[in-house]
Design a protein around this ligand. Sequence first.
Ligand SMILES: Nc1ncnc2c1ncn2[C@@H]1O[C@H](COP(=O)(O)OP(=O)(O)O)[C@@H](O)[C@H]1O
Ligand SMILES: [Mg+2]
Length: 253
Amino acid sequence: MTAMNAAAAQATAVLQLQDLVAGYVPGMPIVQGASLRVDAGEMVTIIGPNGAGKSTLMKAIAGLVNIESGRIDLRGQSLLGQASDQIMQAGVGFVPQTGNVFATLSIHENLRVGGYILGAELPQRLEQAYAMFPALAAKRRNKARTLSGGQRQMLAIARALMTNPSVLMLDEPSAGLAPMMVQEVFESLHRLSRQGVSVLMVEQNAKGALQHSDRAYILVEGRNHLDGPARSLLDDPAVAAAFLGAGRRRVAA
Ligand SMILES: Nc1ncnc2c1ncn2[C@@H]1O[C@H](COP(=O)(O)OP(=O)(O)O)[C@@H](O)[C@H]1O
Ligand SMILES: [Mg+2]
């Protein structure tokens, strides 16, 4: 890469949101002016209270929720006005919180569905997916419903990676997983970010997610509340008290 190309690459975020306003009912936005960026090679986490609009924000990026104003750019190109399959083709992979695999289809069929836009590239991408997730390769003929929670999440991730996205978005990838699997999922995502697929995830397991992330955003009532390096947020006592689970545990006890 020449010095000029390097400078240009640095200036262009992989994914950038500016003052995004989005929601389900016109005039009643849930996301009320959110801004964020994800750079090449980064793993970025969004945390925040229940109902803050985190899932709505991800769905808005994926083209599944109505956008009222603001900008969404992927490598400098606007995604506004594009349908969800165009957004996927442009390079945004999305693993929604639920319904992210077809339980009655085999693992192989799930991956083929994920890569339906690929054409001639499909067989090669399938082999790459199995190379990345050997546990799935061993079970490729089995129905997805026979997988453990962790393996199912891996399948959902593998499926979203079929189109070779520049950014992979995941909504609560650790939800419902055993603690050991949670670590494994976060570590896989971190590796992926270092291999050039930028990762943007929403997590309830804020502490665990921050421990594996480069930067994080705290979203409250549809707006940016705080952001910064994940380390600084982890070490901030005010953030810990309000957002890192101590309060929730007290309520549960
Ligand atoms: N499909 C929907 N239609 C209308 N309102 C919704 C829908 N999904 C979520 N909401 C509302 O949007 C708000 C934010 O929800 P959500 O984005 O799921 O928050 P979070 O993921 O941060 O918990 C909530 O008030 C919720 O009731
Ligand atoms: Mg949510």
